[in-house]
Design a binder for this molecule. Structure first.
Ligand code: ADP
Length: 716
């Protein structure tokens, strides 16, 4: 089978990771892989634009932004004549299986191409440009579409390739602006991308605690009035985010300069404007934008090899791949756009889905002041190790409890703090969302004996605590199971080993830290002798971080407690690595979870591999340790903390029993703590069912190297 792949429309970080996965998985499964340069432009031009891609052509590209295939806008493809040329070039190259990565424009074009394929074939025969036999060999186009766009405006996926990275760029920029804004008592008005979609602006506003955000989907009656309601003279700092396409209800575009002038003249707030522009599109992809494209890319090739009939778009629903007929995905995407254009804003917000709606409710928080008549006292404590995003949970907790008219109480240093009466009244929450670890301190302690449990319950009652939110790891669940008051757990640990959720707060930041570290390791090996790095990552007996990082960075082998090393496996892997080195590999990464059995820890593995290498390469061990735990929270971790904590507070205020609030298929779900614990592996401290990632091994087998003939490079 010959499979073509192209990227089209606006480039998006993560496209390269998809290309790499598609090409390598396709080659490993015996397909011929062909790349088409500059999207539909290459398709309509043909010639050298359609070329064979080999294994090594996609080495080291996953950590690069943009797309190695290039991308373009192609006006010719908007016409039937242009698309007929594309059919001609594809058929001549023997391609009738195609993977298109792009935004809604590109996917619309690709869908038309598949629809019109038979008609164009008939035309080409009529005009004597192709013979009937060739046409019969390619009667239809088998098409898989992958959503690639920083805007996250496609229906049928939680997020598009490139969105998470763009969000990283925006959040980094706004965090930086917020610190200077605070020092100068200034306001910053920041324009972010999104002509038709406020997805980036809205998520960035929630991640940074922006005071005001203007979105195309939710226009204000009059933006000046919104600003006067939300901001006041003498504010310590203010951040206003504006999506490119934001307008007010009269249709007047909301411009950053106009906001600045209004803030200075009417509210006497010194203001500056910043347009983030193409910075949002560029740079290395985030961990999510490496992991997700790999998953989608592998599934795309699988679908084609399995004989896919009708054009299909693949997207994500949590960690799972979701397939939607391409025409349905495009129709629903267009409906959302049309509802915005027609001014049916509430319908547009609803149509964007639960995630968007949750963020609409969460924006503008961290500003609610204490109600004079606080009814109940609801407390928050951490249990376990610190995790990035815990501060976002604290800020959200305080806001949500106050907004409901109750009093938030923060417990210092975990549950031990209740026994010792260490509490904090939440005051300054400014800047909290952006801070790593937790300002509250945390502790692993939880009651183990009946006596300890009874003391804890007594202390809780003494302090008038009527509901409890526990933010932490596996131990938080165990602690929650002994509570007598409403208690909800927000899973927060980089290990992602908490039952009741597919992902926990902190894991994404850790994954980003690992990816960045591995990029550096790979670069450090450039120009040196062949080198293999054995990288030990956290997670204990839950291999999530090792497996996800391995997939995101293209590791050679991954050893975890769930998929443990044995002497036989190590020997087999070492021989394969020797073969790869003999064929020209210079650097390789082996990921090892810190919970593998002692004889197979990273250092021992390095020794065993070195022994088997017979001098082919050097080995280096790198234990990433606590740098995985300490980072500033990534946008995904902040958003997760906000979503889960808001729901946890609602559960506690609603008088729940003991609950864990997590994600299932990307949606917030609530589960009873006892059931979550029963379904877990208590001894290994991990969920009984783990959301399996596709096995990396499929990307690894290398075919025997053969000399490349010139005819191989150009298939025409
Ligand atoms: P994106 O894919 O990022 O949304 P564009 O909307 O610019 O970017 O589309 C990229 C390319 O896809 C266009 O230059 C054009 O070649 C093709 N395309 C877009 N819309 C259509 C359409 N309605 N019909 C056919 N081709 C289209």
């Amino acid at each position: 089978m010959r499979i073509g792949v192209l990227t089209s429309g606006g480039d998006a970080p993560g496209m390269n990771a998809a290309i790499r996965a598609i090409v390598r998985y396709g080659l490993a499964r015996g397909a011929d892989m062909l790349g088409i340069t500059r999207g539909f432009a290459g398709l309509t031009e043909g010639g050298g634009a359609i070329h064979r891609i080999r294994w090594d052509d996609v080495a080291h590209i996953a950590s690069e932004g943009g797309t190695v295939l290039g991308t373009a806008r192609c006006p010719a493809f908007l016409t039937g004549d242009g698309r007929r040329e594309a059919v001609f070039n594809l058929v001549n190259a023997g391609i009738d299986h195609l993977i298109v990565i792009g935004g809604d424009g590109s996917l619309t074009g690709a869908e038309l191409l598949a629809q019109e394929w038979p008609r164009h074939l008939a035309d080409l025969i009529d005009h004597g440009r192709i013979d009937e036999e060739r046409a019969r060999a390619h009667p239809k186009l088998h098409l898989v579409a992958l959503p690639g766009s920083i805007d996250n405006d496609l229906w049928g996926t939680d997020c598009t390739i490139g969105y998470d990275t763009a969000l990283h760029r925006i959040v980094d920029a706004v965090d930086a602006l917020a610190s200077t804004a605070r020092s100068h008592r200034r306001a910053f008005v920041v324009e972010v991308m999104g002509r038709r979609s406020g997805a980036l602006a809205l998520a960035a506003a929630v991640c940074t605690g922006a005071d005001v955000v203007f979105l195309p989907e939710d226009p204000p009656e009059d933006w000046r009035t919104t600003l006067t309601h939300r901001l006041h003279p003498g504010m310590r700092e203010a951040i206003v985010l504006v999506a490119e396409g934001a307008r007010d209800r009269s249709g007047e575009p909301i411009r950053t300069e106009a906001i600045r002038d209004m803030l200075e003249q009417t509210l006497s707030i010194e203001a500056r404007t910043t347009v983030l522009g193409h910075i949002q599109r560029g740079g290395p992809p985030s961990a999510c934008d490496r992991l997700m494209p790999v998953t989608l890319g592998i599934h795309a090739v699988r679908l084609l090899l399995d004989g896919l009939e009708s054009p299909t778009m693949l997207g994500m629903a949590g960690p799972a791949v979701r397939a939607t007929p391409l025409d349905e995905a495009l129709r629903k995407t267009r409906t959302v756009h049309a509802t915005v254009e027609d001014g049916r804003y509430q319908a547009a917000i609803n149509a964007r889905g639960d995630f968007f709606l949750e963020l609409i409710h969460a924006r503008g928080m961290v500003r609610t002041s204490l109600s004079a008549t606080a009814a109940r006292t609801i407390a928050l404590a951490h249990v376990g190790a610190p995790a990035p995003g815990m501060n976002a949970a604290i800020a959200t907790f305080v806001d949500a409890v106050r907004a409901a008219g109750h009093e938030p109480l923060l417990i210092r240093d975990g549950l031990r703090g209740v026994l010792e009466g260490r509490f904090e009244r939440p005051d300054a929450l400014d800047g909290l969302l952006a801070r790593g670890a937790t300002v509250l301190g945390t502790d692993r302690w939880r009651p183990h004996t009946a006596g300890e449990l009874s003391s804890l319950r007594k202390a809780i009652a003494q302090h008038g605590i009527e509901g409890l939110v526990l933010v932490g790891g596996f131990g938080a669940l165990e602690a929650a199971s002994g509570m007598r008051i409403p208690c909800a757990v927000v899973p927060a640990t980089i290990s992602n080993n908490v039952p009741g959720t597919e992902i926990s707060v902190g894991a994404d930041t850790a994954l980003n830290a690992i990816c960045e570290a591995i990029d550096r390791l790979k670069l450090s090996a450039l120009g040196s002798r062949n080198r293999v790095f054995f990288v030990e990552v956290m997670g204990r007996r839950c291999g999530y971080l090792a497996r996800a990082a391995g997939l995101a960075t293209g590791a050679e082998f991954i050893y975890t407690d769930e998929d443990p090393p044995t002497l036989a496996r190590i020997y087999e892997d070492a021989i394969r690595l020797n073969a790869a080195m003999d064929e020209g590999r210079t650097v390789a990464i082996v990921l090892v979870a810190d919970g593998v059995r002692a004889p197979f820890r990273a250092e021992r593995l390095a020794e065993l591999f070195a022994e088997a290498s017979e001098g082919r390469y050097d080995t280096r061990v790198c234990v990433l340790g606590h740098l995985q735990q300490g980072g500033r929270p990534s946008p995904a971790d902040r958003l997760l903390a906000v979503r889960l904590t808001r729901r946890a507070v609602a559960e506690v205020l609603g008088g729940c029993g003991r609950r864990v609030v997590g994600l299932a298929h990307g949606r917030v779900q609530v589960e009873r703590v006892v059931e979550a614990l029963e379904a877990s592996d208590r001894e290994a401290r991990r969920p009984g069912f783990q959301h399996h990632l596709p096995r990396l091994r499929a990307l690894k087998p290398r075919k025997k190297k053969r000399k490349t003939k010139k005819s191989d490079r150009d298939v025409r």
